[in-house]
Design a protein around this ligand. Structure first.
Ligand SMILES: Cc1cc2nc3c(=O)[nH]c(=O)nc-3n(C[C@H](O)[C@H](O)[C@H](O)COP(=O)(O)OP(=O)(O)OC[C@H]3O[C@@H](n4cnc5c(N)ncnc54)[C@H](O)[C@@H]3O)c2cc1C
Length: 460
Protein backbone atom coordinates (compact mmCIF):
# COMPACT_ATOMS: atom_id res chain seq x y z
CA UNK A 1 0.00 0.00 0.00
CA UNK A 2 1.40 3.39 -0.94
CA UNK A 3 1.68 6.13 1.62
CA UNK A 4 -1.11 8.19 0.14
CA UNK A 5 -3.52 5.22 0.04
CA UNK A 6 -2.74 4.58 3.71
CA UNK A 7 -3.52 8.24 4.54
CA UNK A 8 -6.81 8.09 2.59
CA UNK A 9 -7.79 4.75 4.16
CA UNK A 10 -7.19 6.26 7.59
CA UNK A 11 -9.27 9.33 6.64
CA UNK A 12 -12.12 7.05 5.51
CA UNK A 13 -11.93 5.07 8.74
CA UNK A 14 -12.48 8.32 10.66
CA UNK A 15 -15.87 8.82 8.97
CA UNK A 16 -16.92 5.17 8.51
CA UNK A 17 -16.61 2.06 10.68
CA UNK A 18 -13.40 0.07 10.16
CA UNK A 19 -15.29 -2.85 8.62
CA UNK A 20 -16.82 -0.53 6.01
CA UNK A 21 -13.40 0.17 4.46
CA UNK A 22 -11.16 -2.43 2.84
CA UNK A 23 -8.04 -2.73 0.75
CA UNK A 24 -8.33 -6.55 0.57
CA UNK A 25 -7.09 -7.72 -2.85
CA UNK A 26 -9.89 -10.25 -3.45
CA UNK A 27 -12.53 -7.61 -2.72
CA UNK A 28 -10.73 -5.13 -4.98
CA UNK A 29 -10.56 -7.76 -7.72
CA UNK A 30 -14.33 -8.28 -7.51
CA UNK A 31 -14.79 -4.55 -8.05
CA UNK A 32 -12.30 -4.22 -10.90
CA UNK A 33 -14.50 -5.54 -13.69
CA UNK A 34 -18.07 -5.95 -14.84
CA UNK A 35 -19.71 -8.63 -17.02
CA UNK A 36 -18.00 -7.32 -20.18
CA UNK A 37 -14.83 -8.34 -21.98
CA UNK A 38 -13.08 -5.06 -21.03
CA UNK A 39 -9.83 -5.57 -19.10
CA UNK A 40 -9.90 -5.53 -15.31
CA UNK A 41 -8.29 -2.70 -13.31
CA UNK A 42 -8.41 -2.63 -9.52
CA UNK A 43 -9.66 0.17 -7.28
CA UNK A 44 -7.30 1.09 -4.43
CA UNK A 45 -9.98 0.97 -1.73
CA UNK A 46 -13.54 -0.38 -1.52
CA UNK A 47 -16.07 1.15 0.90
CA UNK A 48 -19.51 -0.11 1.94
CA UNK A 49 -21.67 2.86 3.07
CA UNK A 50 -24.78 2.26 5.18
CA UNK A 51 -26.40 5.69 4.82
CA UNK A 52 -26.60 8.81 2.69
CA UNK A 53 -24.41 10.57 5.24
CA UNK A 54 -21.74 7.86 4.83
CA UNK A 55 -21.72 8.50 1.07
CA UNK A 56 -21.49 12.23 1.59
CA UNK A 57 -18.54 11.71 3.96
CA UNK A 58 -16.77 9.55 1.37
CA UNK A 59 -17.24 12.26 -1.25
CA UNK A 60 -15.73 14.85 1.07
CA UNK A 61 -12.66 12.62 1.66
CA UNK A 62 -12.41 12.05 -2.10
CA UNK A 63 -12.42 15.79 -2.78
CA UNK A 64 -9.95 16.55 -0.02
CA UNK A 65 -7.49 13.92 -1.29
CA UNK A 66 -8.37 14.32 -5.00
CA UNK A 67 -8.99 10.59 -5.41
CA UNK A 68 -11.65 9.26 -7.84
CA UNK A 69 -14.80 7.46 -6.66
CA UNK A 70 -16.65 4.81 -8.63
CA UNK A 71 -20.22 3.87 -7.63
CA UNK A 72 -20.83 0.10 -7.83
CA UNK A 73 -24.13 -1.80 -7.82
CA UNK A 74 -23.81 -5.45 -8.81
CA UNK A 75 -21.24 -5.04 -11.58
CA UNK A 76 -23.57 -6.48 -14.22
CA UNK A 77 -22.96 -3.73 -16.76
CA UNK A 78 -21.61 -4.61 -20.18
CA UNK A 79 -19.33 -1.77 -21.30
CA UNK A 80 -16.73 -1.52 -18.53
CA UNK A 81 -18.75 1.08 -16.58
CA UNK A 82 -17.38 0.20 -13.13
CA UNK A 83 -13.74 -0.32 -14.11
CA UNK A 84 -11.72 2.29 -12.17
CA UNK A 85 -9.62 3.65 -15.03
CA UNK A 86 -7.57 5.83 -12.66
CA UNK A 87 -7.86 3.66 -9.53
CA UNK A 88 -9.59 5.25 -6.54
CA UNK A 89 -12.37 4.38 -4.10
CA UNK A 90 -15.14 2.07 -5.24
CA UNK A 91 -18.43 2.70 -3.38
CA UNK A 92 -20.28 -0.61 -3.12
CA UNK A 93 -23.97 0.03 -2.33
CA UNK A 94 -24.84 -3.51 -1.25
CA UNK A 95 -25.44 -2.51 2.40
CA UNK A 96 -27.91 0.20 1.35
CA UNK A 97 -30.54 -2.34 0.39
CA UNK A 98 -33.73 -1.33 2.19
CA UNK A 99 -37.16 -0.87 0.62
CA UNK A 100 -38.10 2.28 2.51
CA UNK A 101 -41.75 2.80 1.55
CA UNK A 102 -44.45 1.28 -0.66
CA UNK A 103 -47.06 3.94 -1.50
CA UNK A 104 -49.65 1.57 -2.91
CA UNK A 105 -52.22 4.23 -3.75
CA UNK A 106 -49.70 6.36 -5.62
CA UNK A 107 -48.05 3.39 -7.39
CA UNK A 108 -44.70 4.55 -6.00
CA UNK A 109 -41.91 2.95 -4.02
CA UNK A 110 -38.94 4.51 -2.27
CA UNK A 111 -35.82 2.34 -2.17
CA UNK A 112 -32.15 2.52 -1.34
CA UNK A 113 -29.85 2.07 -4.37
CA UNK A 114 -28.60 -1.42 -3.47
CA UNK A 115 -32.08 -2.99 -3.68
CA UNK A 116 -32.20 -5.38 -6.64
CA UNK A 117 -35.10 -5.57 -9.05
CA UNK A 118 -35.90 -9.16 -8.00
CA UNK A 119 -35.84 -8.18 -4.31
CA UNK A 120 -38.28 -5.35 -5.07
CA UNK A 121 -40.62 -7.55 -7.12
CA UNK A 122 -40.65 -10.16 -4.38
CA UNK A 123 -41.83 -7.52 -1.90
CA UNK A 124 -44.35 -5.92 -4.30
CA UNK A 125 -46.19 -9.19 -5.01
CA UNK A 126 -48.25 -8.98 -1.83
CA UNK A 127 -49.43 -5.50 -2.84
CA UNK A 128 -50.53 -6.74 -6.31
CA UNK A 129 -47.83 -4.56 -7.86
CA UNK A 130 -44.70 -5.08 -9.92
CA UNK A 131 -41.67 -3.12 -11.09
CA UNK A 132 -41.50 -3.33 -14.86
CA UNK A 133 -37.87 -2.88 -15.95
CA UNK A 134 -36.14 -6.24 -16.32
CA UNK A 135 -32.62 -6.27 -17.77
CA UNK A 136 -31.54 -9.87 -18.30
CA UNK A 137 -29.25 -9.99 -15.28
CA UNK A 138 -30.33 -9.20 -11.77
CA UNK A 139 -29.11 -5.69 -11.03
CA UNK A 140 -29.46 -2.98 -8.40
CA UNK A 141 -32.00 -0.23 -8.93
CA UNK A 142 -29.21 2.34 -8.42
CA UNK A 143 -27.15 0.74 -11.19
CA UNK A 144 -30.19 0.40 -13.44
CA UNK A 145 -31.04 4.09 -13.01
CA UNK A 146 -27.41 5.03 -13.65
CA UNK A 147 -27.41 3.11 -16.97
CA UNK A 148 -31.01 3.93 -17.94
CA UNK A 149 -31.59 0.19 -18.22
CA UNK A 150 -34.50 -1.32 -20.09
CA UNK A 151 -35.61 -4.79 -21.04
CA UNK A 152 -38.30 -7.01 -22.41
CA UNK A 153 -41.26 -4.98 -21.07
CA UNK A 154 -40.07 -1.53 -22.15
CA UNK A 155 -42.21 -1.65 -25.28
CA UNK A 156 -45.26 -1.26 -23.01
CA UNK A 157 -44.05 0.26 -19.74
CA UNK A 158 -41.06 2.33 -20.83
CA UNK A 159 -37.39 2.40 -19.81
CA UNK A 160 -35.80 3.20 -16.43
CA UNK A 161 -35.96 6.97 -17.10
CA UNK A 162 -39.76 6.68 -17.37
CA UNK A 163 -40.01 5.07 -13.93
CA UNK A 164 -37.93 7.56 -11.91
CA UNK A 165 -39.92 10.23 -10.04
CA UNK A 166 -37.16 11.37 -7.74
CA UNK A 167 -33.54 10.65 -6.87
CA UNK A 168 -31.62 11.61 -3.78
CA UNK A 169 -28.13 12.35 -5.08
CA UNK A 170 -24.86 12.96 -3.28
CA UNK A 171 -22.90 15.39 -5.41
CA UNK A 172 -19.12 15.51 -5.93
CA UNK A 173 -18.65 17.98 -3.06
CA UNK A 174 -20.76 15.91 -0.64
CA UNK A 175 -23.95 18.03 -0.85
CA UNK A 176 -27.24 16.15 -1.02
CA UNK A 177 -30.00 17.07 -3.49
CA UNK A 178 -33.34 15.76 -4.76
CA UNK A 179 -33.93 15.76 -8.51
CA UNK A 180 -37.73 15.44 -8.61
CA UNK A 181 -40.86 14.97 -6.52
CA UNK A 182 -43.79 12.55 -6.13
CA UNK A 183 -46.14 14.20 -8.64
CA UNK A 184 -47.08 12.45 -11.89
CA UNK A 185 -46.07 15.53 -13.86
CA UNK A 186 -44.24 18.77 -13.29
CA UNK A 187 -43.32 21.82 -15.35
CA UNK A 188 -40.98 23.14 -12.68
CA UNK A 189 -37.27 23.73 -13.32
CA UNK A 190 -34.79 21.78 -15.44
CA UNK A 191 -35.45 18.04 -15.81
CA UNK A 192 -32.77 16.79 -13.41
CA UNK A 193 -34.26 13.27 -13.24
CA UNK A 194 -33.63 13.00 -16.98
CA UNK A 195 -30.06 14.26 -16.62
CA UNK A 196 -29.02 12.03 -13.72
CA UNK A 197 -30.67 8.84 -15.03
CA UNK A 198 -28.13 7.37 -17.44
CA UNK A 199 -25.23 9.41 -16.03
CA UNK A 200 -23.28 6.20 -15.21
CA UNK A 201 -21.92 7.43 -11.89
CA UNK A 202 -20.25 10.48 -13.50
CA UNK A 203 -22.44 13.22 -11.97
CA UNK A 204 -23.36 11.97 -8.50
CA UNK A 205 -24.17 8.95 -6.32
CA UNK A 206 -27.83 7.96 -5.99
CA UNK A 207 -28.69 7.20 -2.38
CA UNK A 208 -32.50 6.95 -2.62
CA UNK A 209 -34.82 6.39 -5.58
CA UNK A 210 -38.57 6.95 -5.84
CA UNK A 211 -39.88 4.74 -8.62
CA UNK A 212 -43.14 4.11 -10.42
CA UNK A 213 -44.63 0.62 -10.08
CA UNK A 214 -47.56 -0.99 -11.88
CA UNK A 215 -50.54 -3.18 -11.03
CA UNK A 216 -50.05 -6.86 -11.85
CA UNK A 217 -52.25 -7.40 -14.92
CA UNK A 218 -55.46 -9.37 -14.50
CA UNK A 219 -54.50 -11.79 -17.28
CA UNK A 220 -51.20 -12.58 -18.97
CA UNK A 221 -50.63 -14.73 -22.05
CA UNK A 222 -47.27 -15.54 -23.57
CA UNK A 223 -46.54 -17.05 -26.97
CA UNK A 224 -43.76 -18.27 -29.25
CA UNK A 225 -44.12 -17.67 -32.97
CA UNK A 226 -41.59 -19.12 -35.41
CA UNK A 227 -40.79 -17.76 -38.87
CA UNK A 228 -38.81 -18.94 -41.91
CA UNK A 229 -36.57 -15.83 -41.83
CA UNK A 230 -35.51 -13.09 -39.40
CA UNK A 231 -36.89 -10.59 -41.85
CA UNK A 232 -40.38 -12.10 -41.65
CA UNK A 233 -40.22 -12.02 -37.84
CA UNK A 234 -39.10 -8.38 -37.68
CA UNK A 235 -41.67 -7.26 -40.25
CA UNK A 236 -44.38 -9.03 -38.23
CA UNK A 237 -43.35 -6.93 -35.20
CA UNK A 238 -43.56 -3.72 -37.22
CA UNK A 239 -47.10 -4.70 -38.34
CA UNK A 240 -48.15 -5.57 -34.75
CA UNK A 241 -46.98 -2.15 -33.55
CA UNK A 242 -48.53 -0.34 -36.50
CA UNK A 243 -51.84 -2.05 -35.70
CA UNK A 244 -51.67 -0.44 -32.25
CA UNK A 245 -51.79 -3.74 -30.33
CA UNK A 246 -50.57 -2.91 -26.80
CA UNK A 247 -48.06 -5.73 -26.72
CA UNK A 248 -46.24 -6.05 -23.37
CA UNK A 249 -43.18 -7.94 -24.62
CA UNK A 250 -41.92 -8.85 -28.07
CA UNK A 251 -38.46 -10.37 -28.29
CA UNK A 252 -36.62 -11.71 -31.32
CA UNK A 253 -34.44 -14.80 -30.92
CA UNK A 254 -32.61 -16.04 -34.03
CA UNK A 255 -31.88 -19.63 -35.04
CA UNK A 256 -28.42 -20.06 -33.43
CA UNK A 257 -29.82 -18.51 -30.23
CA UNK A 258 -32.79 -20.92 -30.22
CA UNK A 259 -30.28 -23.81 -30.49
CA UNK A 260 -28.31 -22.55 -27.47
CA UNK A 261 -31.56 -21.98 -25.55
CA UNK A 262 -32.70 -25.57 -26.10
CA UNK A 263 -29.35 -26.95 -24.95
CA UNK A 264 -29.00 -24.71 -21.88
CA UNK A 265 -32.63 -24.45 -20.74
CA UNK A 266 -33.53 -28.04 -21.71
CA UNK A 267 -36.45 -26.83 -23.83
CA UNK A 268 -37.48 -28.24 -27.19
CA UNK A 269 -38.55 -25.06 -28.95
CA UNK A 270 -38.50 -25.00 -32.77
CA UNK A 271 -35.04 -23.88 -33.92
CA UNK A 272 -36.15 -21.14 -36.29
CA UNK A 273 -36.18 -17.33 -35.95
CA UNK A 274 -38.73 -16.86 -33.19
CA UNK A 275 -40.69 -14.09 -31.52
CA UNK A 276 -41.35 -14.43 -27.80
CA UNK A 277 -44.51 -12.42 -27.09
CA UNK A 278 -46.53 -11.42 -24.05
CA UNK A 279 -49.92 -9.76 -23.71
CA UNK A 280 -51.30 -8.12 -20.56
CA UNK A 281 -54.91 -7.09 -19.92
CA UNK A 282 -58.39 -8.20 -19.02
CA UNK A 283 -59.85 -11.36 -20.49
CA UNK A 284 -61.84 -9.73 -23.32
CA UNK A 285 -59.12 -7.29 -24.38
CA UNK A 286 -56.49 -9.98 -24.27
CA UNK A 287 -58.51 -12.31 -26.48
CA UNK A 288 -58.89 -9.68 -29.16
CA UNK A 289 -55.15 -8.72 -28.98
CA UNK A 290 -54.15 -12.38 -29.27
CA UNK A 291 -56.53 -13.05 -32.18
CA UNK A 292 -55.38 -9.96 -34.05
CA UNK A 293 -51.70 -10.82 -33.49
CA UNK A 294 -52.27 -14.38 -34.70
CA UNK A 295 -53.70 -13.02 -37.94
CA UNK A 296 -50.85 -10.56 -38.41
CA UNK A 297 -48.08 -13.12 -37.86
CA UNK A 298 -49.82 -15.49 -40.31
CA UNK A 299 -49.58 -12.73 -42.95
CA UNK A 300 -45.83 -12.72 -42.36
CA UNK A 301 -45.40 -16.45 -43.04
CA UNK A 302 -45.46 -17.55 -39.38
CA UNK A 303 -44.90 -21.30 -39.31
CA UNK A 304 -46.48 -21.89 -35.91
CA UNK A 305 -47.57 -19.98 -32.83
CA UNK A 306 -47.78 -21.68 -29.45
CA UNK A 307 -49.35 -20.10 -26.37
CA UNK A 308 -48.32 -20.42 -22.74
CA UNK A 309 -51.24 -19.44 -20.50
CA UNK A 310 -50.18 -21.05 -17.22
CA UNK A 311 -47.57 -19.59 -14.92
CA UNK A 312 -45.10 -22.46 -15.27
CA UNK A 313 -45.00 -22.33 -19.09
CA UNK A 314 -44.67 -18.55 -19.10
CA UNK A 315 -41.92 -18.58 -16.50
CA UNK A 316 -40.05 -21.28 -18.46
CA UNK A 317 -40.28 -19.19 -21.62
CA UNK A 318 -39.02 -15.94 -20.10
CA UNK A 319 -36.39 -17.68 -18.01
CA UNK A 320 -35.08 -19.28 -21.22
CA UNK A 321 -35.00 -15.83 -22.89
CA UNK A 322 -33.30 -14.18 -19.92
CA UNK A 323 -30.73 -16.97 -19.67
CA UNK A 324 -29.75 -16.69 -23.31
CA UNK A 325 -26.47 -14.86 -22.68
CA UNK A 326 -25.52 -17.54 -20.14
CA UNK A 327 -26.59 -20.23 -22.66
CA UNK A 328 -23.94 -18.92 -25.09
CA UNK A 329 -21.34 -18.52 -22.33
CA UNK A 330 -21.82 -22.15 -21.23
CA UNK A 331 -21.95 -23.35 -24.84
CA UNK A 332 -18.51 -21.93 -25.63
CA UNK A 333 -16.24 -22.61 -22.63
CA UNK A 334 -13.03 -20.60 -22.66
CA UNK A 335 -14.56 -17.88 -24.83
CA UNK A 336 -15.68 -14.45 -23.65
CA UNK A 337 -18.87 -12.68 -24.68
CA UNK A 338 -19.08 -9.36 -26.47
CA UNK A 339 -22.57 -7.89 -26.89
CA UNK A 340 -23.43 -5.23 -29.45
CA UNK A 341 -26.37 -2.93 -28.62
CA UNK A 342 -27.88 -0.52 -31.11
CA UNK A 343 -31.36 0.95 -31.40
CA UNK A 344 -32.95 2.34 -34.55
CA UNK A 345 -36.24 3.76 -35.72
CA UNK A 346 -38.55 0.77 -36.08
CA UNK A 347 -38.81 1.25 -39.87
CA UNK A 348 -35.04 0.63 -40.15
CA UNK A 349 -34.93 -2.41 -37.89
CA UNK A 350 -35.40 -5.22 -40.41
CA UNK A 351 -32.59 -3.86 -42.61
CA UNK A 352 -30.28 -3.43 -39.63
CA UNK A 353 -30.81 -6.96 -38.31
CA UNK A 354 -30.26 -8.40 -41.79
CA UNK A 355 -27.09 -6.32 -42.21
CA UNK A 356 -25.79 -7.54 -38.84
CA UNK A 357 -26.54 -11.15 -39.71
CA UNK A 358 -24.73 -10.88 -43.08
CA UNK A 359 -21.73 -9.17 -41.49
CA UNK A 360 -21.41 -11.84 -38.75
CA UNK A 361 -21.40 -14.44 -41.55
CA UNK A 362 -18.94 -12.48 -43.74
CA UNK A 363 -16.46 -12.12 -40.85
CA UNK A 364 -16.78 -15.80 -39.89
CA UNK A 365 -17.74 -15.02 -36.28
CA UNK A 366 -19.77 -17.15 -33.87
CA UNK A 367 -22.86 -15.50 -32.45
CA UNK A 368 -26.59 -15.09 -32.23
CA UNK A 369 -28.96 -12.17 -32.65
CA UNK A 370 -31.55 -11.28 -30.03
CA UNK A 371 -33.51 -8.13 -29.56
CA UNK A 372 -36.13 -6.10 -27.82
CA UNK A 373 -37.46 -5.56 -31.30
CA UNK A 374 -40.58 -3.67 -30.23
CA UNK A 375 -38.25 -0.81 -29.28
CA UNK A 376 -36.02 -1.16 -32.38
CA UNK A 377 -33.23 -2.47 -30.13
CA UNK A 378 -31.16 -5.57 -30.93
CA UNK A 379 -27.95 -7.28 -29.86
CA UNK A 380 -25.44 -9.61 -31.46
CA UNK A 381 -24.05 -11.97 -28.82
CA UNK A 382 -20.52 -12.82 -29.97
CA UNK A 383 -18.33 -15.51 -28.43
CA UNK A 384 -14.64 -14.60 -28.70
CA UNK A 385 -11.31 -16.19 -27.93
CA UNK A 386 -9.56 -13.41 -26.02
CA UNK A 387 -6.15 -14.84 -27.00
CA UNK A 388 -6.96 -14.54 -30.69
CA UNK A 389 -6.20 -10.94 -31.66
CA UNK A 390 -7.55 -11.47 -35.18
CA UNK A 391 -10.92 -12.61 -33.82
CA UNK A 392 -11.07 -9.66 -31.41
CA UNK A 393 -10.28 -7.27 -34.27
CA UNK A 394 -13.10 -8.82 -36.31
CA UNK A 395 -15.55 -8.46 -33.42
CA UNK A 396 -14.55 -4.80 -33.00
CA UNK A 397 -15.02 -4.32 -36.73
CA UNK A 398 -18.48 -5.90 -36.58
CA UNK A 399 -19.47 -3.72 -33.62
CA UNK A 400 -18.29 -0.60 -35.44
CA UNK A 401 -20.11 -1.47 -38.67
CA UNK A 402 -23.36 -2.13 -36.79
CA UNK A 403 -23.03 1.14 -34.85
CA UNK A 404 -22.31 3.14 -38.02
CA UNK A 405 -25.26 1.54 -39.78
CA UNK A 406 -27.52 2.64 -36.89
CA UNK A 407 -26.07 6.17 -36.61
CA UNK A 408 -26.44 6.76 -40.36
CA UNK A 409 -30.16 6.00 -40.01
CA UNK A 410 -30.94 8.20 -37.02
CA UNK A 411 -30.30 5.49 -34.41
CA UNK A 412 -28.06 5.37 -31.35
CA UNK A 413 -24.84 3.49 -30.52
CA UNK A 414 -26.46 2.06 -27.38
CA UNK A 415 -30.12 1.37 -26.73
CA UNK A 416 -29.72 0.23 -23.14
CA UNK A 417 -26.28 -0.99 -22.07
CA UNK A 418 -24.78 2.49 -21.92
CA UNK A 419 -21.51 4.12 -22.90
CA UNK A 420 -18.96 2.96 -20.30
CA UNK A 421 -15.61 2.50 -22.00
CA UNK A 422 -16.77 0.65 -25.11
CA UNK A 423 -19.11 3.22 -26.67
CA UNK A 424 -17.11 6.34 -25.80
CA UNK A 425 -15.48 6.55 -29.22
CA UNK A 426 -18.90 7.00 -30.85
CA UNK A 427 -20.09 9.86 -28.64
CA UNK A 428 -18.80 12.66 -30.88
CA UNK A 429 -20.17 11.01 -34.01
CA UNK A 430 -23.59 10.57 -32.37
CA UNK A 431 -23.92 13.86 -30.48
CA UNK A 432 -21.76 16.33 -32.45
CA UNK A 433 -21.48 19.69 -30.66
CA UNK A 434 -24.02 18.53 -28.05
CA UNK A 435 -21.11 16.51 -26.62
CA UNK A 436 -19.49 19.85 -25.68
CA UNK A 437 -22.63 20.70 -23.68
CA UNK A 438 -22.30 17.36 -21.87
CA UNK A 439 -18.65 18.14 -21.10
CA UNK A 440 -19.67 21.53 -19.67
CA UNK A 441 -22.30 19.88 -17.46
CA UNK A 442 -19.72 17.38 -16.20
CA UNK A 443 -17.20 20.16 -15.44
CA UNK A 444 -19.85 22.23 -13.65
CA UNK A 445 -21.05 19.37 -11.43
CA UNK A 446 -17.72 17.61 -10.92
CA UNK A 447 -14.98 20.23 -11.48
CA UNK A 448 -12.19 17.93 -10.28
CA UNK A 449 -13.34 15.03 -12.51
CA UNK A 450 -13.49 12.62 -9.57
CA UNK A 451 -16.80 10.83 -10.22
CA UNK A 452 -16.18 7.73 -12.37
CA UNK A 453 -13.70 9.77 -14.41
CA UNK A 454 -13.38 9.40 -18.17
CA UNK A 455 -16.65 7.53 -18.64
CA UNK A 456 -19.22 9.00 -21.07
CA UNK A 457 -17.10 12.16 -21.53
CA UNK A 458 -13.31 12.12 -21.48
CA UNK A 459 -11.90 15.22 -19.80
CA UNK A 460 -8.20 14.25 -19.61
C1 LIG B 1 -26.70 -11.44 -19.09
C2 LIG B 1 -26.93 -9.96 -19.09
C3 LIG B 1 -28.02 -9.44 -19.76
C4 LIG B 1 -28.27 -8.07 -19.74
N1 LIG B 1 -29.37 -7.57 -20.39
C5 LIG B 1 -29.67 -6.26 -20.30
C6 LIG B 1 -30.86 -5.73 -20.86
O1 LIG B 1 -31.65 -6.44 -21.45
N2 LIG B 1 -31.10 -4.41 -20.73
C7 LIG B 1 -30.26 -3.57 -20.06
O2 LIG B 1 -30.54 -2.38 -19.96
N3 LIG B 1 -29.11 -4.04 -19.53
C8 LIG B 1 -28.81 -5.35 -19.62
N4 LIG B 1 -27.66 -5.83 -19.03
C9 LIG B 1 -26.73 -4.86 -18.39
C10 LIG B 1 -26.89 -4.61 -16.89
O3 LIG B 1 -27.65 -5.54 -16.21
C11 LIG B 1 -27.21 -3.17 -16.59
O4 LIG B 1 -26.29 -2.28 -17.11
C12 LIG B 1 -27.53 -2.82 -15.13
O5 LIG B 1 -28.46 -1.79 -15.26
C13 LIG B 1 -26.38 -2.40 -14.21
O6 LIG B 1 -26.79 -2.54 -12.84
P1 LIG B 1 -25.73 -2.94 -11.70
O7 LIG B 1 -26.43 -2.85 -10.41
O8 LIG B 1 -25.08 -4.22 -12.02
O9 LIG B 1 -24.73 -1.72 -11.83
P2 LIG B 1 -23.15 -1.72 -12.02
O10 LIG B 1 -22.78 -2.56 -13.19
O11 LIG B 1 -22.51 -2.01 -10.75
O12 LIG B 1 -22.93 -0.19 -12.40
C14 LIG B 1 -23.38 0.34 -13.61
C15 LIG B 1 -23.14 1.85 -13.66
O13 LIG B 1 -23.95 2.48 -12.71
C16 LIG B 1 -23.18 3.27 -11.82
N5 LIG B 1 -23.83 3.16 -10.51
C17 LIG B 1 -24.11 2.02 -9.81
N6 LIG B 1 -24.75 2.33 -8.68
C18 LIG B 1 -24.89 3.67 -8.65
C19 LIG B 1 -25.45 4.60 -7.72
N7 LIG B 1 -26.02 4.20 -6.59
N8 LIG B 1 -25.36 5.92 -8.01
C20 LIG B 1 -24.80 6.35 -9.16
N9 LIG B 1 -24.26 5.53 -10.07
C21 LIG B 1 -24.30 4.21 -9.82
C22 LIG B 1 -21.79 2.67 -11.88
O14 LIG B 1 -20.80 3.60 -11.56
C23 LIG B 1 -21.72 2.25 -13.33
O15 LIG B 1 -21.36 3.33 -14.14
C24 LIG B 1 -27.39 -7.20 -19.05
C25 LIG B 1 -26.29 -7.73 -18.37
C26 LIG B 1 -26.06 -9.09 -18.39
C27 LIG B 1 -24.88 -9.62 -17.64
Amino acid sequence: MTNSIKIITDALKKVLKDEQVTINTTVRELHGRDESYHAQQLPDIVVFPESTQDVSNVMIVSKEHQIPVIPFGLGSSLEGHVIPLKGGITIDFSLMNQILDVKENDFLVKVQPGVTRTQLNQRLKKHGLFFSVDPGADATLGGMAATNASGTTSVKYGVMRDQVRDLEVVMADGTIIHTGNLAAKSASGYHLNGLFVGSEGTLGCFTELTLLVHGIPEHITAARASFPTINDAVEAVVSILQAGIPIARVELVDEPSMKQTNIYSETNYIEKPTLFLEFHGNEAGLKSDVDFTTMIVADHHCEGIEFETDNAGRNRLWEARHNLAYAFIHGYPGKKMMVTDVCLPISELAGAVEYARETVHELGLIGGIVGHVGDGNFHVLLMMDMNDSEEIAKADDLNERIVMYALERGGTCTGEHGVGIGKQKYQEREHGTALLVMEKIKRALDPDNLLNPNKIVKLD
